[in-house]
Ligand binder design. Structure first.
Ligand code: ARG
Length: 273
């Protein structure tokens, strides 16, 4: 059988048109999947997960107060949360390079960070810092840090708190890239004392009752701080997460998650002013 060139060209064009139409309608269907529900946008989140009870790894999963709160906020705001244990520096670098949408890591909202990142409204009040020390040394207050080998997590407000006492170039400070490495240094005796956020220090003592680690507070020097969710500067997500946070404050979901991790009622008023 002889088919003319014109006819076969027509057949090709017609069948491609059909194929395109089919693809088009398949695409429409996937947008509509399950009635009105759209596929949720996945937000990529970095964290430094050696900071219990806020974020830590349990049986290979990143979990903790921050993680559960962020997932609940994502649910409320209509986003899917993909959280990875990136480490502290890579979390900040990932926000800078726009590879990450969110940093969630017990991050204190503070002036110099606000130059580079946007923050959600405060979601947790941390009552300053504790000084942790081995039982063979004596520490009464922050002044004593001057005569000890101290460990801190690099780039954190705990590091700044220690430096505010001993000076920023002090030779007796060792800076560790994670909170976990700082705790290890304290346990192994590489340092005599460590300075970290009070709730994390308290959790550490609770989890390691046999480690003979003592703690002391210096309320004169170390003031309360507020944690926020960090976004890229100008992020479109900040507003949605602020709204979702208000909603979870109101509907009791925030209190439910808080009580699970801290075994007490949250003080919502202190977060709202
Ligand atoms: N709140 C302190 C800060 O923002 C320490 C946070 C450390 N977080 C962590 N997951 N290691 O500097």
């Amino acid at each position: 059988m002889k088919i003319s060139f014109k006819k076969s060209l027509f057949a090709v064009v017609a069948s491609s048109a059909l194929l395109l139409a089919a693809c088009g309608s398949a695409q429409n269907d996937s947008n509509k999947s399950g009635g009105n529900e759209k596929e949720k946008k996945v937000l990529h989140v970095g964290t430094e997960a050696t900071f219990p009870p806020f974020e830590f790894v349990d049986k290979g999963e990143v979990t903790g107060f921050d993680v559960e709160l962020l997932k609940a906020l994502g649910e409320e705001a209509g986003y899917e949360i993909d959280i990875k244990n990136t480490g502290w520096d890579s979390m900040l670098a990932g926000l800078d390079s726009k590879d990450l949408d969110i940093g969630m890591s017990g991050i204190t909202i503070k002036k110099d960070r606000l130059k580079s990142y946007d923050f959600s409204n405060p979601y947790y009040e941390s009552e300053g810092f504790l000084i942790l020390f081995k039982d063979n040394v004596e520490v009464k207050n922050a002044e004593d840090l001057k005569n000890l080998k101290i460990g801190v997590q690099n780039g954190t407000t705990g590091a700044e708190a220690a430096e505010s006492v001993v000076g920023s170039n002090a030779k007796n400070i060792s800076k560790y890239e994670s909170s976990g490495l700082m705790f290890q240094a304290l346990l192994s005796g590489s340092v005599d004392a460590a300075v970290t956020d009070k709730p994390v220090a308290e959790e550490y003592i609770k989890q390691n009752p046999d480690s003979n680690i003592q703690s002391v507070e210096d309320k004169e020097r170390f003031k309360p701080e507020y944690y926020g969710i960090a976004f890229q500067k100008g992020s479109p997500y900040k507003e949605d997460f602020d709204k979702a946070l208000d909603k979870l404050f109101e509907n009791g979901k925030y209190a439910e998650i808080y009580k699970k991790w801290f075994e007490e009622e949250p003080n919502l008023d202190s977060l709202k002013d």
